[in-house]
Ligand binder design. Structure first.
Ligand SMILES: *Cc1c(COP(=O)(O)O)cnc(C)c1O
Ligand code: SF4
Length: 359
């Protein structure tokens, strides 16, 4: 997930795309597949306002600029966890464009991570010694307002079969890589047939030990953890790690817990990464509750990302000193294993950069 790299993925192979997104917006019927839920996502700001009983006249005008830059997209199961009538709802704030997005702010830029330069071969990003990032799609199931992708929504691009072979050739020639991270976009927005092919190809690279998946999908559409997904995960000889992305405890409801349990029962190690966001989770009370809630669901906190200065998202900005203070307070109240590492991605560094915490 959070690897918001603007993919210059060249060739298109659209045969693996789920059928078109955002076709309707009725509440999901029982027993819908994840693909149906995905294609029924809310994708207009006025739909989202109506669903939550918020006055359209008050909020729509301010939403237009942001929506034009980076369209609204929210699957129904995520909306169901929001509090109707509350414009400050921490889940709503993550997905609803507000007027603040249209204000220019010096220092908030389009590609602060300079990731356009890091491609090894189309789809493969290599910044760290032992891990490589594989962008299997630019598509996400949910459009998060604070994400870099807002400036590079390369939705329907896929790697061609030839690109895929080149990825495997590049990995085979790099014995120091022992872990491949499926990223995007959201790699689980791709269908299981294609993902199973990837997993099989990765299995053949002898020095690979781990397969990691960075995804928001098991949380935003719990139905995504389906039998087909578990089947290819189980077939792979690699150790599996799934890093989900949850920012607020209210994102975890009972279907999400069940989905996470299915992954855990399949032997997957579950971790979480969050972004510290003003008005969403910028307090030690909220983040501590998040850690406790995650742990109850079988997930350990991994990273808390300091906010990156993305243009259009400055209203989420939390200063590093405030973030350090918050994590310092968490250290006082939680066991060490429930305190995420506060980090930032600094271009050119050999790993994420830890931010010193007040303790
Ligand atoms: C964050 C990131 C990783 C993974 O880093 P870990 O510290 O192992 O979680 C790998 N590659 C890239 C390009 C990244 O941005
Ligand atoms: S799930 Fe959200 S944060 Fe993650 S890449 Fe997609 S838009 Fe960005």
């Amino acid at each position: 997930m959070i690897q918001r790299t603007p993919a210059r993925i060249e060739a298109r192979d659209v045969s693996h795309l789920p059928t078109s997104f955002c076709t309707a917006s009725d509440a999901p019927a029982e027993g819908q597949s994840w693909q149906q839920i995905l294609s029924n996502s809310v994708c207009r700001p006025e739909q989202l306002l109506e669903r939550l009983g918020l006055p359209v006249e008050t909020w729509l005008e301010g939403a237009k600029g942001g929506h034009k830059q980076f369209p609204v997209r929210v699957p129904e199961p995520f909306i169901q966890r929001m509090e109707p009538g509350n414009p400050e709802d921490p889940l709503l704030r993550q997905v609803m464009p507000f007027a603040d997005e249209s204000l220019e702010q010096p220092g908030f830029i389009r590609d602060p991570l300079e990731e356009t330069t890091a491609f090894q071969t189309p789809g493969l990003i290599r910044k760290y010694k032992s891990r490589a990032l594989l962008m299997v799609t630019g598509q996400c199931a949910i459009n998060c307002r604070y994400c870099f992708r807002r400036h590079f929504p390369y939705d329907d691009h896929r790697l061609s079969p030839n690109d895929r072979r080149e990825v495997i050739t590049a990995l085979s020639a790099s014995p120091e890589i022992n872990e491949v991270i499926l990223s995007g976009g959201d790699p689980l927005s791709v269908n299981d047939r294609l993902l199973a092919q990837w997993a099989e190809m990765l299995d053949t690279v002898p020095h690979l030990r781990r397969l990691r998946i960075h995804t928001r999908l098991p949380v935003v559409i719990p139905q995504r953890v389906c039998n087909d997904l578990l089947a290819w995960l189980n077939r792979s000889r690699l150790q599996k790690v799934v890093v989900v992305h949850v920012n607020h405890p209210a994102e975890i409801d009972s279907p999400t817990r069940q989905a996470l349990k299915r992954l855990k029962d399949a032997g997957v190690t579950l971790l979480n990464q969050s972004v510290i966001l003003k008005g969403v989770n910028d307090s030690s009370a909220t983040l501590s509750l998040l850690s406790e809630t995650l742990f109850e669901a079988g997930v350990l906190p991994y990273y808390l990302h300091a906010f990156d200065p993305v243009a259009g998202a400055h209203h989420f900005n939390v200063s590093d000193s405030r973030a350090a203070e918050i994590v310092g307070e968490m250290l006082e109240h939680l066991p060490g294993f429930l305190v995420p590492r506060l980090v930032r991605e600094v271009p050119g560094q050999a790993s994420k950069t830890p931010i010193p915490v007040n303790s």
